[in-house]
Each structure stands twice: as structure tokens, then as C-alpha cells.
Design a protein around this ligand. Structure first.
Ligand code: ARG
Length: 398
């Protein structure tokens, strides 16, 4: 039996390699990708995977694919789960699962595997992707099967079996990281009443300690894609990295929320996603300028649905394909610039412009430049207010 496992290099997946190898008498192929997380050198990971029991190790830099095929479409969609979470972890799962399937097909493997627990969202995201891309492939989720009750028991097992593990001090949080943001849970964060201690945040400065001087910047968009920063054309990875750094410095992008997991559990999680927060804010503002009221409001419904699709792991689905077509068309005029001010945890839009703007100063103005025909409003109100009048008359009868 041959099994391909998505391998992070951490304790769970290292132990999983040995567990799978022993339990299924299998040949294990470990797969690790770079999606913008803090990552050890590939040869270090390879050595660890092999010492744990893997026969083969694959490594891939997926950052560009992540940005182009996952992050950009989600930003265009305006998809943010439950009004707050920009979906960094959620987005990475189908991407990794997709790559695991590619390796599994290449290696003619019998099964694929992941290191997700049995009560989270990530198992669903991995496995829905596996099902869609390889409906007949067996899926094994060791963390749902094995008997370990705690991290300590896993460490004990690792020691016993000579599996090298990379444990620094015992980590008080569970952290997942990629280009689009960081997800942090567990420990004291499990009490939703307690303010997250400073050490829970990995990259952002607290607003209190952020610079006293605001920082301004300009983000350029073309058809909904961010293409420049302060008038310098850059690739999207570079823009995300720079925004992460600048935003973090100003305490921007901290999110503290209670969210509804797909399995029904409410969980408290904090996120740090400076680039995502800034880009969603800027992108939305540009849409406001170029969209009709009808399109703007309708697209909000699409954003809501899209965020659920991503969160629930239905990235590969016909509905998402359909929504992507709508979203792509909607971005036709989303070209222009947005001016942002970062200040002590706030990301404030202070300017916007577009060659396709529907904003007309001569119409909006209260100065003598005004070209709006005020008189025509009375006819408009007459007709728009017809129902109000009828209802008013009726209400007198009661
Ligand atoms: N709640 C987030 C999601 O379902 C993140 C899950 C992983 N979080 C973590 N700290 N390991 O997308």
C-alpha cells in the first residue's frame, strides 16, 4: 500500500507518518509545500520525514499558484467569513489537497492522508477536495483514528520510535500560517471573555505601541487585481508581503472572533491578516466607486455565499465555478487607485479614483458647478412615493 500525506514537519504529521507506515504496512510519501508560512529548509524537512519513516519526500513552492488561483479570486469575490475572517487557512487546504492528489496520481498511490483533527474544518476541506479530484482514492485521517489523547502522549511515542521532532518550548497556541494570514487558537484564547495576551499575536504590533505618525499609501488595481503599491508596479506576492509588514507595524489586521465551524462548534480564534484586511478594504472601496448601486448590493450576496463555500471546503464545486464567472465579469471596471491611511490599528480609506468611476462631481456638488436638474426630482418623488401615499391613505381607515 502506498500513501501520500500532506506533511507540515510538525509533531502531528511526523507521528502520523510512522503510525501509517506501521498500521497499514505502507510506503509513505510525504508532501510539503511553501505557501508563505515560516518554513524550515526543504532538506531539513526531508530528513525529518524520512527519519519518521517516509520513503520519499516531495517539496514544492506553491506561493504563486496560491496567489493567482486562490487569493486573488477570493479577494475579487470580497469573501470574508462571518464578516471578519479573510479565510487564509481555509483557502490553503484545497490548494494543498490538490497538490497531494497530483503526487498520488503520479506515484499511483492507493490512499491520501492529512494531519487534521476530527472536530475542525480542515478535515472537511481536504477531503472534499480529495473526493472531487479523485473520487475513488482512499482517504486516511490518522488523527481521527489513533488513541493519543494529548500532545505529551504523541511526544512519548515519537521518542519511543526515534522520530525526530522539532519542539521548542511547549507552544501555548495552535498556529497556522500562510501568505494571506495567520490563525491562532487554543490555550487562554479558548475563553472568549479573555482579551488575547500580547504573546498570542505573532507579527502585529499592538495598536498602543504602533507609531504615533500615520502612514499613507496608494494601492493600484487593474480589473480587481492589486498591481501596484505607491505607484510602483510589483508582483502580487511582493505586494502582499509589503502590506503585511507595513500593516503589522501599525497594528492593522488583528481579528478576534467567535466563529461557527462547519461541524457546529463555536470556536474563538484570533487572526492576523494585515494584507488581507487592507486589500479587502481598498478593493471594496473601489467597487463602490465603479459599481451601480444594484451591482454593489447584489454582489454582497455573492460575497456571503462565496465565503461560505470557501469556509466549508467546497472550493471545487460547480456553484463556485458559476460564481467565479459572475465575479470575473463584475471586475471589468474595477481599475484605479485607493489611498489608505494606517494608524494605530486602523486602516482608513482616504481617497479613491478610477477612469471608470461613476462618480460625477457636477452631479454631487452643492456649489455653482451643479448640473443636476432639481425640478425633475418632484416628478420622481411623485411616482416613487405612490405606494407610500396609498399606504398612508389606507392606514387612516383603521
Ligand atoms: N478557524 C480557521 C478555519 O477554520 C483556522 C483553523 C486552523 N487554526 C489553527 N490555529 N490551527 O479556517
Amino acid at each position: 500500500m502506498k500513501i501520500v500525506i500532506a506533511y507540515s514537519g510538525g509533531l502531528d504529521t511526523s507521528v502520523a507518518i510512522r503510525y501509517l507506515k506501521d498500521k497499514y504496512n505502507a510506503e509513505i510519501i510525504a508532501y510539503t509545500s511553501n505557501i508563505g508560512q515560516k518554513l524550515e529548509a526543504p532538506d531539513v524537512l526531508e530528513e525529518r520525514a524520512k527519519k519518521a519513516g517516509a520513503k520519499k519526500f516531495y517539496y514544492e513552492d506553491l506561493r504563486e499558484k496560491f496567489v493567482n488561483e486562490y487569493i486573488i479570486p477570493t479577494l475579487k469575490a470580497g469573501a470574508v467569513y462571518q464578516d471578519k475572517y479573510p479565510l487564509a487557512t481555509s483557502l490553503s487546504r484545497p490548494l494543498i489537497a490538490e497538490s497531494v492528489i497530483k503526487i498520488a496520481k503520479k506515484e499511483k498511490a492507493d490512499a491520501v492522508s492529512h494531519g487534521c483533527t476530527g472536530k475542525g474544518n480542515d478535515q472537511v476541506r481536504f477531503e472534499l477536495t480529495f473526493k472531487y479530484l479523485a473520487p475513488d482514492l482512499k482517504v486516511i485521517a490518522p488523527l481521527r483514528e489513533w488513541e493519543f489523547k494529548s500532545r505529551e502522549q504523541e511526544i512519548e511515542y515519537a521518542k519511543e520510535k526515534g522520530i525526530p521532532i522539532n519542539i521548542t518550548k511547549s507552544k501555548p497556541y495552535s498556529i497556522d500560517e500562510n501568505l494571506w494570514g495567520i490563525s491562532i487558537e487554543c490555550g487562554v484564547l479558548e475563553d472568549p471573555w479573555i482579551e488575547p495576551p500580547e504573546d498570542a499575536y505573532q507579527i502585529t504590533t499592538s495598536p498602543e505601541k504602533a507609531p504615533d505618525k500615520p502612514e499613507y499609501m496608494e494601492i493600484g488595481f487593474e480589473k480587481g487585481v492589486f498591481v501596484s503599491l505607491n505607484n510602483e508596479r510589483l508582483n502580487q506576492i511582493e505586494i502582499i508581503e509589503r502590506l503585511t509588514k507595513i500593516g503589522a507595524k501599525h497594528g492593522v489586521g488583528r481579528i478576534d472572533m467567535v466563529e461557527d465551524r462547519l461541524v457546529g462548534i463555536k470556536s474563538r480564534e484570533i487572526y492576523e491578516a494585515p494584507a488581507a484586511v487592507i486589500l479587502h478594504n481598498a478593493h471594496n472601496e473601489l467597487e463602490k466607486l465603479v459599481f451601480s448601486r444594484e451591482l454593489y448590493e447584489f454582489k454582497k450576496l455573492v460575497s456571503l455565499k462565496y465565503s461560505q463555500i470557501v469556509y466549508f471546503g467546497q472550493w471545487f464545486s460547480h456553484l463556485k465555478e458559476c460564481l467565479d464567472k459572475f465575479i470575473e465579469e463584475s471586475q471589468k471596471y474595477v481599475t484605479g487607485k485607493v489611498r489608505i491611511k494606517l494608524y494605530k490599528g486602523n486602516c482608513i480609506v482616504v481617497g479613491r479614483s478610477s477612469p471608470y468611476s461613476l462618480y460625477k462631481e457636477e452631479l454631487a456638488t452643492y456649489s455653482e458647478k451643479d448640473i443636476f436638474d432639481h425640478k425633475s426630482s418632484s416628478g420622481f418623488i411623485e411616482i416613487f412615493g405612490l405606494v407610500s401615499k396609498l399606504e398612508g391613505e389606507r392606514s387612516k381607515k383603521r
